[in-house]
Design a protein around this ligand. Structure first.
Ligand SMILES: [Cu+2]
Length: 309
């Protein structure tokens, strides 16, 4: 849990909406990524077809140490995949052959550990296969895109909590062979930052920047199917949650079944848990979404959907 000393980071503006004191925002351009662009940024990599007709899909990921402004005036010495947190949202189709070239440009050893079904040597943990990748070294992870669903990837070098909390994680989507219904799709990776290295978070967010979707709501349209790929990567706190205002959503844990497990407005996730949420807004206007742990909400994990008629 946050230690309570970071409360000064958040304030309440005259309109009653929580934000940083004075409504200041971070410099997304200097960070090199914008939480609004990350929302709908699906990285399909490059593909080619083998003689057998099978599709090979390839990406290049690199680890790089980078200072990121996680709150106005607060620089965080992050470790990233491809210079952003979360790393690229890797997206593919069930049954394809995936190849991920990983180049370690960081000052520290790292790996990429994927969730999903793959050989032990491709698991991205120290002591198996290529093991941990030292600074300046590289490797290729290769496995089948299985099973269809929403997964994730992250570094698996010890101390694990630090390697994850520093920013080395991302979403990994395997589309089912029989595609999902057309929808307005969004990626929300729940995370936080331990800015004073006390193994507790001072800031909470979805897609890294606290209050980003309060300052500028996520625009969606009434009656459109909204599909959220929700991943919890929060370190140091046992659980995280997602709560939607003015609506309920169908929840598909890990996205592996096409039958929703629940019709609800709140789900709780441990680190590494993820799920797909689907709903349609029946009414135009602004609807909040946030963690239902009030402490997380006040320290940044809240946003708005702006529903147009
Ligand atoms: Cu690492």
């Amino acid at each position: 849990m946050g230690d309570g000393h970071a409360g000064h980071a958040a304030d309440t503006l005259h309109d009653g909406h929580a934000n940083f004191a004075g409504g200041a925002t971070v410099d997304h351009h200097a960070n090199g990524f914008d939480p609004h662009a990350l929302l709908r940024d699906f990285d399909w990599g490059r593909t080619r077809r083998l003689a057998s007709g099978r599709v090979v899909r390839e990406w290049e990921l690199y680890a790089v140490d980078k200072e990121i402004e996680v709150a106005p005036g607060i620089a965080f010495a992050a470790w990233t995949y491809n210079g952003r947190i979360p790393g690229p949202t890797l997206r593919c189709r069930e049954g394809e052959l995936l190849r991920i070239r990983f180049v370690n440009g960081s000052e520290h050893p790292h790996t990429i550990h994927f969730h999903g079904i793959h050989p032990a040597a491709m698991d991205g943990v120290p002591g198996l296969g290529a093991g941990q990748i030292e600074p300046g070294q590289e490797t290729v992870y290769e496995f089948d895109a299985l099973p269809a669903g929403l997964h994730l990837y992250h570094c698996h070098v010890r101390p694990l909590a630090e390697h994850i909390a520093k920013g080395l994680y991302g979403a990994f989507i395997v589309d089912p062979a029989d595609e999902r219904e057309e929808a307005d799709e969004l990626v929300l990776v729940m995370n936080g930052f331990d800015t004073n290295f006390d193994r507790a978070n001072e800031l909470y967010a979805v897609n890294t920047i606290p209050f980003a979707y309060m300052n500028e709501p996520i625009h969606v349209r009434r009656d459109d199917l909204v599909r959220v790929y929700l991943v919890n990567m929060l370190e140091y706190d046992l659980v995280n949650s997602f709560h939607l205002h003015g609506n309920l959503f169908h929840y598909f844990p890990t996205g592996t079944s096409r039958t929703a497990s629940e019709f609800t407005d709140t789900v709780m996730l441990c680190q590494g848990q993820r799920g797909i949420l689907e709903w349609r807004f029946a009414h135009p206007g602004r609807f909040m979404f946030h963690a239902h742990q009030s402490e997380f909400t006040e320290l940044g994990w809240q946003g708005f959907f702006e529903v147009s008629a």
